[in-house]
Design a protein around this ligand. Structure first.
Ligand code: BDR
Ligand code: CA
Length: 309
């Protein structure tokens, strides 16, 4: 089985990705960042999810804030607790005492050459790990990042920026400029691979306890999506996870150089792509433009214990 290390800020769509990962692979750890909501909540949510799954995946708390500037969270999408303001009983387990950035480095040694690192959060923990040990990429088989908006159709008030990058642009800059080659699943790919609401409700209608839990924590996000007059449910982190677990679902990909804008008056946090390859920089990102929707939805069904749906 594939070995995964997931850096995450759960987060409703992170939760779906984490369910999917456990259904398909061995998860060696959840390293947790602040992002969607504060670190206290994202850690508690990670622990709860591991309990619902019935796994013993270790949970590592990481950075509580971005590297340089404070950032706005996404509680208006995910709920004040990051899990739809569902009042759930806290997990009895605790996070490890090891910092997430150190855990990433240790696990990269223990599973050298066989780890798929899946980054579903602001890149703060990963940037810190890279600063502590720049040789990290040599031990990681593959890095898949959910982040960015490759032609500027973002989802934040910084118009062309996507949340994970906008929350900690300096961290993203470190990772994008120092990680030699990674796979990027951005917000625009997410918008192109939404789930029809009727299909979504069918996927969540199961009696498996994962489906029951997910139905409750995702209710608020569903109302948010419908309130935004979106036509479909968007599941950024689950899409990135599907690409990490099964690279064969990708049907269109472009390898390009991508950099992070740190200064722009209107564009801080934007992912700037050299589409025409004019700048002479070595491409660092395999930008996923399309996946097989049927296979993606089948993976969502498995994540929720609905192999029949
Ligand atoms: C990303 O931002 C977060 O709100 C989601 O969990 C996802 O990782 C989408 O822009
Ligand atoms: Ca996330």
């Amino acid at each position: 089985r594939q070995k995964l290390l997931i850096d995450t800020d759960p987060g409703v769509d992170d939760a779906l990705a984490i369910l999917m990962a456990h259904a398909h692979a061995d998860v060696v750890g959840l390293s947790i960042a602040a992002g969607n909501v504060g670190l206290n909540h994202t850690v508690a949510n990670g622990l709860k999810l591991v309990e619902v799954i019935g796994a013993d995946t270790p949970v590592f708390a990481g950075c509580a804030s971005p590297l340089v500037l404070p950032a706005e969270d996404a509680a208006f999408v995910h709920g004040l607790d990051g899990f739809g303001d569902t009042v759930y009983t806290a997990a009895s387990s605790r996070a490890s005492s090891e910092h997430a950035a150190l855990a990433i480095l240790r696990l990269s040694h223990e599973h050298a050459g066989e780890l798929t690192l899946v980054a579903l959060a602001p890149l703060t923990n990963l940037a810190l790990a890279l600063r502590l040990d720049p040789t990290l990429p040599t031990r990681v088989a593959r890095l898949v990042i959910m982040g960015g908006a490759v032609t500027g159709r973002g989802n934040t008030r910084l118009i062309p920026a996507e949340f994970n990058i906008a929350f900690d642009p300096e961290a993203a800059h470190i990772v994008f400029s120092e990680w030699p080659q990674f796979t990027l699943v951005d917000w625009e790919a997410t918008m192109a691979h939404g789930i029809d609401f009727s299909r979504w409700n069918a996927l969540l209608a199961g009696t498996d306890k994962r489906a029951i839990f997910y139905r409750s924590i995702s209710h608020k996000t569903l109302l948010f999506a419908q309130g935004e007059r979106r036509e479909k449910m968007l599941t950024a982190d689950a899409l990135a996870m599907a690409v990490a677990l099964d690279p064969g679902i990708v049907t269109k990909v472009e390898r390009r150089y991508v950099a992070i804008e740190l200064q722009g008056a209107l564009t801080r946090g934007a992912t700037v792509v050299d589409w025409e390859q004019r700048g002479g920089n070595t491409p660092n990102a395999d930008i996923v433009l399309a996946v097989d929707q049927t296979r993606f939805e089948a993976m969502l069904a498995t994540a929720l214990g609905r192999s029949d749906a």
